[in-house]
Write a protein that binds this ligand. Structure first.
Ligand code: FE
Length: 192
């Protein structure tokens, strides 16, 4: 059963949080993580078109952008073997795995690989320029992986960087989104 109300509630909670504590990154990460763990604990709300993988590469679908662009919520979908380039974010971010399992490979600002760890279903990982902002996310598993990400900006419009793995040279990029329309959170007629 599709339970979009869960996403609506999450967005309402995140909006309250950013209103109160948007300038406090630590608090956004701590309290945002609790909210995101709640959202990904039940896998019954993400419409199928926002969980569709592509052979051409991993997909990022915008689910919601705050009207003031203080945060955005994005579903990422990876087929087995798909991976991001080495990239940064320039804003805080939370990565919550809802299906499958992902691997995060972390890099220092000098582009040295500093470690890698699995992010399992139900777990949340963090990034930000303050705590470590450069990584690769990969699906090394055998199933499609879906994660829900929350960022402290309209992430698809942020000018940030990918890095050449051989030379470390940065390249400016703006990720954009794979979808042209966002989920309709506001049709409550099914309950009426
Ligand atoms: Fe990332």
């Amino acid at each position: 059963m599709m339970n979009l109300a869960r996403l609506r509630s999450f967005i309402q909670d995140m909006t309250r949080l950013v209103e109160r504590h948007g300038a406090d990154e630590q608090r956004m990460l701590d309290e945002g993580e609790k909210l995101l763990r709640g959202l990904i604990a039940a896998d019954d709300w993400l419409p199928e078109e926002f969980a569709r993988p592509s052979h051409e590469g991993y997909r990022q679908y915008l689910l919601h952008c705050d009207p003031m662009e203080r945060f955005s919520v994005v579903s990422f979908v990876w087929m087995p073997g798909q991976r991001t380039p080495i990239h940064d974010h320039t804003v805080w971010g939370l990565v919550g795995v809802m299906r499958g399992e992902e691997t995060c490979e972390e890099y220092s600002t000098a582009l040295e690989a500093t470690g890698s760890h699995p992010v399992r279903r139900g777990e949340v990982d963090r990034v930000s320029p303050r705590i470590g902002d450069i990584h690769v996310v990969a699906n090394d598993g055998e199933d499609v992986a879906v994660s829900i990400h929350v960022y402290g900006a309209n992430i698809g419009a942020v000018r940030r960087h990918t890095y050449d793995p051989a030379t470390g040279a940065p390249r400016a990029f703006v990720s954009g989104y794979a979808n042209a329309a966002v989920p309709n959170l506001w049709d409550r007629s099914a309950r009426a």
